[in-house]
Design a protein. Structure first.
Length: 601
């Protein structure tokens, strides 16, 4: 039977381990699916983010392409619209700046002698220049004398010379400005001034043409004098100076630094200069453009456009990544604040945590239920095993006193017939009957208490008297000397069922006798009134501290008790009886020298 129980328990342990492994594998598999799903959701969110980033960049490029229409994009357009272009844009043809017009003269601060030579009709002037200087001097005299006919004739002669004799750009400017400035009495009408300075006509080019497009022969002082004079003449004639002043400023404006000849610079590269932002655009293989470009404003326009299209909601926002270096529009680092993404991400995290929590609860619950079922099955098997063992023990325990009684009864009968002395056989028969009575009484009491078929008959019991009675009765079948000590006061009483409480005392005394390995059996009783505690101290073999609780379990017998006859219900019966009395029994101290028991009322 022991081998069968061992095989059953061994197989049960293997089955339990297998079930736990299966539960663990299933839990890990489900958790892996949760992780894979979370990663897929994260990749999907990142894909949406990348798609929106690309959409923003493409929209920025489309808006930029639309804004390019207001700027010149070739030499032909510059030549065609040069008199109206006035914007801070830099146009390059094969690396050479063609707009704004650059100052190509020298940087000296000394004016050219031409100014003085035209006034004094210097011999250093060319023939064509002398003719023009002569006309200008005579015209100045006619204006001074207010000779209208001479003024008209000399004016006509001057413009004929301009149309027929081309001078150097510097001489043309000096000649034109000298012509306009000799009019101290405001003889020239605004239209004439505008033609000479700004627009020109079919006969001559305007002064501004030479200043912006053919200025290589000018000094810095010449240029400044020309600009000042032209501005004054335009203001005097009430003609707008905006275009002229803007282009004059652009002449000295340096573009944002970059290598025009480098192939490394990418299209739509963002540049900056003096807190101003520009963008480099490749128009075609021949022309490049650097135009003003405010990325913050462009982003704001892009957000508006995407909101109109329904791509962004009014709660969404787009900003440049803080402290990011300027780069191209294609590689622009953006921070897109989209509450919908945050909410979706938070929900996914919450779902994942909830799934793992539910999985953990399910696994724990499954393990708990499995363990509970296995424990129940084990308890059932242990109970069946203990019951079998109990039946075997009881059978043996019943047979032993009965066989002894039979043998001694037969011996008494034979000796009686022969008229021989009966010796102590009658007393021994009585002792065996008492042992048999105690065991049967234990079994019956246990069964009645567990089935609630017993009604307690409470009465005041003199504890001193009851202990003496139980000690006296137990000493009759004790094979070793018994030294009982009863320190309980003679007047101490307890409220209990007399028969059941006597059974508790008898079992404790019986155990102290049966499991005693000393030459003299000692057992001491005392009672503490203040604590309502009955203390029993024996000198039996003792109980290991790890078994102090299990000894009160039904059918439990300790390893050191296997060699002694018993059925394993004595202490469990004591505990059950005392629980019916609202009392407790416990082991207070135990060594190989004995055990101290306490009954607490």
């Amino acid at each position: 039977m022991t081998e069968c129980l061992y095989l059953i328990n061994h197989n049960q342990s293997k089955l339990t381990l297998l079930i736990y492994v299966i539960i663990g594998v299933i839990a890990v598999s489900i958790a892996s699916l949760f992780v894979v799903e979370a990663q897929q959701n994260k990749r999907q969110l990142n894909s949406h983010k990348q798609l929106l980033h690309d959409t923003v960049r493409k929209t920025l490029v489309a808006q930029l392409a639309s804004s390019l229409e207001q700027y010149p994009q070739s030499m032909e357009e510059v030549e065609k619209h040069w008199q109206t272009i006035a914007t801070e844009v830099f146009l390059y043809q094969q690396g050479k700046q063609i707009y704004p017009y650059a100052f190509l003269g020298n940087n000296t601060l000394k004016m050219s002698p031409k100014w003085q030579q035209f006034t004094t009709m210097s011999a250093e002037l060319s023939e064509a220049e002398l003719k023009r200087s002569s006309v200008l001097n005579r015209l100045q005299l006619a204006i001074h004398n207010k000779a209208s006919s001479d003024i008209n004739a000399l004016t006509q002669e001057y413009f004929n010379l301009v149309a027929n004799y081309q001078l150097s750009p510097l001489s043309e400017v000096v000649s034109a400005l000298t012509f306009l400035t000799i009019d101290q009495q405001e003889q020239w009408n605004p239209e004439l001034i505008k033609q000479v300075l700004m627009t020109g006509n079919s006969l001559f080019k305007p002064v501004s043409y030479y200043i912006f497009k053919e200025n290589s022969g000018f000094s810095q002082a010449d240029l400044q004098h020309m600009q000042t004079t032209i501005k004054r003449l335009l203001e005097t004639a009430n003609i707008s100076t905006k275009w002229f002043i803007k282009n004059s400023e652009l002449m000295t404006l340096a573009p944002p630094e970059f290598n025009q000849h480098s192939a490394a610079i990418e299209n739509f590269t963002l540049l900056s200069k003096e807190n101003k932002q520009f963008i480099y655009v490749e128009l075609n293989q021949q022309y490049n453009l650097i135009m003003p470009y405010n990325i913050i404003e462009a982003l704001a326009e892009t957000v508006k456009e995407l909101r109109k299209q329904g791509v962004l909601s009014y709660e969404d926002s787009i900003q440049l990544q803080p402290n990011s270096a300027l780069t191209t529009l294609h590689h622009l680092l953006l921070v897109i604040d989209k509450p919908e993404w945050k909410m979706w991400s938070s929900q996914q995290q919450l779902f994942l945590i909830s799934k793992f929590t539910l999985l953990l609860i399910s696994v724990i619950s499954l393990i708990f239920v499995t363990r509970l079922l296995i424990n129940q099955q084990k308890k059932k098997q242990d109970y069946l095993a203990m019951r079998e063992q109990f039946i075997s023990l009881v059978s043996h325990e019943l047979k032993t006193p009965l066989a002894a009684i039979r043998v001694m009864a037969e011996t008494v009968d034979k000796r009686h017939k022969r008229l021989l002395s009966l010796k102590d056989y009658p007393n021994r028969i009585v002792n065996e009957v008492d042992r048999l009575w105690l065991m049967v009484d234990n079994l019956l009491s246990m069964n009645r208490l567990k089935s609630n078929e017993i009604n307690l008959n409470y009465q005041r019991i003199n504890l001193h008297v009851m202990v003496n009675y139980c000690l006296e009765k137990s000493s009759e079948y004790c094979d070793l000397p018994l030294e009982p000590i009863n320190n309980i006061g003679k007047s101490i009483t307890v409220n209990a069922d007399e028969l059941l409480f006597e059974l508790v005392i008898s079992n404790l005394i019986s155990n102290a006798i049966k499991y005693n390995d000393k030459s003299i059996i000692r057992i001491e009783f005392s009672y503490d009134k203040t604590k309502n505690e009955l203390t029993i101290i024996d000198n039996a073999c003792g109980i290991d501290s790890t078994q102090w609780l299990s000894v009160f379990d039904e059918f439990t017998r300790l390893p050191q008790q296997k060699s002694v006859s018993g059925n394993g219900i004595g202490l469990s019966l004591c505990k059950l009886i005392l629980q019916q009395h609202n009392a407790e029994i416990e082991i207070h101290h135990s060594t190989s020298q004995g055990t101290t028991w306490k009954i607490i009322f």
